[in-house]
Design a protein around this ligand. Structure first.
Ligand code: HEC
Ligand code: HEC
Length: 425
């Protein structure tokens, strides 16, 4: 905002006078017009004269005076308008007697909300993330913040999508401990990888295979051997061992956490085209205490999504909560369970078997394509298939609760959306 200007659009005095002039002249014009149209009331018994003109052969009009209520309404509006223009900004750059501005009004409203938020948040300050994550009220606040500030990129369930990391798994680009998650949220993760450092695509393939070999993944040994010396170009950022420097936003290339994909082709693409994706430091989270509070809640919410590493001494609340949500992914259009279903459900089954009074909740989801009614049916059948598997694994049916989600369309990419979530309740 320009100093001394209530309305920053008026950068020169001319436009200020021009606009204010038009407003004042218009108001005066309306007053004059209203006055000129005001005729005296008809005396009792007096008839209004008929206007000369005749429409459609026989339609004629009476020249009645303006109804009084209507006339007074007009004057009232004019007085209201003038008062408004005296009190509030409205005449060019004139600030108004009350010096109100949308910016200061926004600021005071925001300060009030921040103060209220801080008060609500106070009990969670200094609490370990996992303890906060176990508090339903904190998580409700965290989820609201997440849906507002994060879901457009990470998906409403935090599952991410292409180029946006999944926050619910235990693979972290920048570390899954409390401090790293907080740093990601508070400062953003903007970092750039230069394009085409190796010159040609063949070298990129060689180095990609060397990267795969560093992570102990399937690779072509001959290409990797040729790539090893060329990896020197990468070591400055990703380290000799390829483990990166998460704190400085240089990703680890040897683990299973990939933002852009860990296949040979995806790595070659990262090398050839470079990568400049990142997460901005979200300004709308505010500053100071309010920001710290929101970051803390968001980090706890992200932790509650399942992937955050447990603190060294896990608080009891976390142990009781049992394993994280198990996700079973399905092929397009089918409710038949994938081959690895039993393995996916193992942790849930183990927990449910060990804790006889726990229950298991199942929710089915579908991807966005196709007919909604058929999709909901499909999501339900997927959930049923998982229920059968749980029963087969020895969990009694009455311990299994089918929960239809409010929105059956799963978050994330289509592959991730076609899923069933299983959790201990
Ligand atoms: C504009 C899109 C965008 C928004 C909005 C956004 N993120 Fe991100 N986020 C990203 C991208 C992209 C990355 C990966 C950054 C990179 O690799 O450089 C990321 C990374 C992260 C990470 C680190 C993940 C890891 O594997 O280490 C966390 C945690 C995270 N975001 C949480 C959040 C939270 C919480 C919010 C809401 C306050 C949020 N993000 C809002 C795009 C976004
Ligand atoms: C100047 C520092 C720098 C150098 C040198 C560099 N990188 Fe990167 N690299 C980065 C950064 C930063 C990112 C993350 C970019 C982002 O988040 O968008 C990245 C991302 C990547 C990714 C994608 C990781 C993922 O999670 O999908 C791959 C693969 C990669 N680099 C490989 C290499 C290879 C191979 C070399 C050597 C040819 C190299 N980098 C050289 C900084 C560097």
């Amino acid at each position: 905002m320009i100093e001394g200007y209530a309305v920053p659009d008026f950068v020169s005095n001319f436009w200020h006078l021009y606009i204010a002039g038009i407003t004042i002249v218009s108001i005066l014009g309306i007053m004059w017009f209203l006055k000129s149209q005001t005729t005296s009331k008809l005396a009792p018994g007096e008839k209004a004269e008929v206007i000369d003109h005749t429409w459609d052969g026989d339609l004629q009009e009476l020249n009645n005076p303006l109804p009084r209520w209507w006339l007074y309404l007009f004057w009232f509006l004019i007085v209201f308008g003038i008062l408004y223009l005296v009190l509030y900004p409205g005449l060019g750059k004139y600030e108004g007697v009350w010096k109100w501005s949308s910016a200061s009004s926004y600021q005071s409203e925001k300060d009030r909300l921040d103060a209220a938020f801080n008060e609500q948040f106070a009990p969670f300050k200094g609490m370990d993330l996992h303890t906060v994550a176990a508090d339903p009220k904190a998580m409700e606040m965290g989820q609201r913040l997440f849906l507002t500030y994060c879901s457009q990129c990470h998906g409403s369930g935090g599952l991410g999508g292409k180029n946006f990391p999944n926050l619910t798994d235990s693979h972290w680009l920048f570390g899954g401990d409390a401090d790293s998650i907080k740093q990601s949220i508070d400062q953003g993760r903007l970092a750039e990888m230069p394009a085409n450092m190796l010159g040609d695509e063949q070298s990129a393939r060689e180095v990609a295979n060397y990267v795969l070999s560093l992570g102990g993944k399937p690779h072509d040994a001959a290409l990797a051997a040729a790539g090893q010396p060329k990896f020197a170009a990468c070591a400055g950022c990703h380290g000799e061992d390829g483990k990166g420097m998460p704190a400085a936003s240089f990703p680890n290339l040897t683990d299973d956490a990939w933002q852009y994909g860990g296949s040979e082709a995806a790595i070659v693409e990262s090398i050839v085209k470079g990568r400049k994706g990142g997460m901005p430091a979200i300004e709308a989270l505010g500053s100071g205490d309010a920001r710290a509070a929101k970051v803390h809640l968001l980090a706890a919410y992200v932790a509650s999504l399942g992937g955050a590493s447990a603190p060294s001494a896990a608080p009891a609340a976390m142990e009781a909560a049992g394993p994280a949500v198990a996700k079973v992914f399905f092929e397009v259009g089918t409710a038949s369970a994938p081959a690895d279903l039993a393995a996916t459900l193992q942790a849930i089954v183990d927990h449910a078997t060990a804790n006889a009074d726990s229950k298991v909740a199942i929710s089915g989801f579908h991807d966005p394509s196709g007919n909604q009614v058929a999709n909901e049916e499909l999501a339900k059948n997927r959930a049923k298939a998982v229920r059968e598997a749980l029963k087969a694994a020895g969990i009694a049916e009455e311990r299994i609760e089918m929960r239809k989600p409010a929105d059956t369309q799963g978050a994330g990419s289509a592959e991730e959306a076609r899923r069933v979530e299983v959790s201990i309740i």
